[in-house]
Design a protein around this ligand. Structure first.
Ligand SMILES: Nc1ncnc2c1ncn2[C@@H]1O[C@H](COP(=O)(O)OP(=O)(O)OP(=O)(O)O)[C@@H](O)[C@H]1O
Ligand SMILES: [Mg+2]
Length: 312
C-alpha cells in the first residue's frame, strides 16, 4: 500500500451562508498525480489550499504529511511546492535570476548548485533560455519556470492551481511530461485543470461541482463506468429544429463540421431519435459509434445534479 500524503475527511468551508467546499473526503498517495476538475467557482482553489492548511477549515479534519491541517500548518508549509492560479515571476529578471531569488527565499545553502540542477532538469539550458529575461518568454516557458520555482526546495507535495491555463497544446504536453517525471520520484502532485487530455494523464481524478465531490477514481475507470454512449451522425440542420434537438433521449448534442456528435444513455435511444428525425423530414446518415469522453461524463453528472438529464 502506498503511503497517504494527504487525507481529509468531511472538509467543509463556508463563506457567510455559502458552502463552497461541502464535506469533501479525499486521500492522496505518495507519487500520485491527482487531477482536480470542476466548473469555475466550484471550490477547487479553496479545497486545495485547505488540504495543506493554507485556508482555515469551517469543519472537518485532515492530515498532510502526517501533520494536522487545522493545527500544524506552519510545519506543513515548508514541505509544499505551491504554484498559485495567478502566480507571478520577475519579468525583468532572467530565468537564472528568478531561480536564484526563490532559492535564497527558501534558505537553500548551495544556491548556485541548486539553480544549475533546476536549469538542467527543466531544460532551460537548451538554446540559452537560462539567461533570457522572463518578460520575453512564451507563456509555456513562463509556466515551466513557475514550476521550477515551486520545486526549488524539493517539496514532497506539489499543489498546482491551473498551471497550464492558456498554454498551447504542445507546451502543455511538455509540462505534463515533466509532471509525470516528478511524480515518478515519489512527489505527490495535486493539479487543477479544465483540460480533459490532462485529466486523462492523471493517475486519479476528482471532479467537484459546487463544493461537492462527484467523481473520485482513475480516469479509465470513470470512463468504463460511464452510463453513456456516443455517436457521430451525418446531419447538419437539427439545430434549426429546437423541438427535435431538445429531446429527453439525448444527453448532449454538438455540431462538428458536417456531422453532429450525440451523447445518450443507449444506442437504442440514438437510433429511435434518428428514426423520429426522419419522420419529421430530417434525413440523417447512419450513426457511427465514437468514444465517450470525460467531458461527457462530467456534463452528464452536472445535468443530473441540476435535476435534469436533457441538455436544454
Ligand atoms: N475569501 C473568500 N471570501 C468569500 N468567498 C470566497 C472566498 N474565496 C472563494 N470564495 C468563493 O468560493 C467559491 C469557490 O471559489 P474557488 O476559487 O475555490 O473556486 P475554483 O473552483 O477554484 O474556481 P476557478 O475555476 O474559477 O478557479 C466561489 O464562489 C468564490 O467566489
Ligand atoms: Mg481556482
Amino acid at each position: 500500500m502506498a503511503q497517504s500524503i494527504i487525507e481529509v475527511r468531511d472538509l467543509t468551508k463556508t463563506f457567510g451562508d455559502k458552502t463552497v467546499v461541502d464535506q469533501l473526503n479525499m486521500t492522496i498517495e505518495e507519487g500520485q498525480l491527482y487531477g482536480f476538475l470542476g466548473p469555475n467557482g466550484s471550490g477547487k482553489t479553496t479545497a486545495i489550499r485547505m488540504m495543506c492548511g493554507l485556508v482555515p477549515l469551517t469543519s472537518g479534519r485532515g492530515t498532510c504529511l502526517g501533520f494536522d491541517i487545522a493545527t500544524q500548518a506552519p510545519k506543513i508549509k515548508p514541505l509544499l511546492g505551491y504554484m498559485t492560479q495567478h502566480f507571478s515571476l520577475y519579468r525583468d529578471l532572467t530565468v537564472r535570476e528568478n531561480l536564484q531569488f526563490v532559492c535564497k527565499l527558501y534558505g537553500i545553502k548551495d544556491v548556485a548548485g541548486r539553480v544549475t540542477e533546476l536549469v538542467k532538469q527543466f531544460a532551460f539550458d537548451n538554446e540559452g533560455r537560462d539567461n533570457q529575461r522572463v518578460g520575453t518568454m512564451s507563456g509555456g516557458w513562463k509556466q515551466r519556470l513557475a514550476l521550477a520555482c515551486a520545486m526549488a526546495h524539493r517539496p514532497r507535495i506539489l499543489l498546482l492551481d491551473e498551471p497550464t491555463a492558456g498554454v498551447d497544446p504542445k507546451a502543455r504536453e511538455a509540462f505534463w511530461d515533466i509532471l509525470q517525471d516528478i511524480a515518478s520520484t515519489g512527489v505527490s502532485v495535486l493539479v487543477s485543470t479544465h483540460y480533459m487530455d490532462e485529466a486523462m494523464r492523471s493517475n486519479r481524478i476528482a471532479y467537484v461541482l459546487y463544493g461537492r465531490l462527484l467523481v473520485d477514481d482513475a480516469p479509465e475507470k470513470v470512463l468504463a463506468a460511464a452510463p453513456l454512449v456516443a455517436a457521430q451522425v451525418p446531419l447538419q440542420e437539427v439545430f434549426r429544429h429546437p423541438h427535435l434537438a431538445h429531446d429527453p433521449r439525448i444527453v448532449r448534442l454538438s455540431q462538428q463540421g458536417n456531422s453532429i456528435r450525440v451523447v445518450a444513455r443507449s444506442h437504442e435511444d440514438i437510433g429511435s431519435w434518428v428514426h423520429d428525425l426522419a419522420q419529421h423530414g430530417l434525413h440523417a446518415g447512419t450513426p457511427v459509434d465514437i468514444d465517450v469522453g470525460l467531458e461527457d461524463v462530467f456534463f452528464y453528472l452536472t445535468l443530473q445534479q441540476q435535476g435534469s438529464i436533457t441538455q436544454f
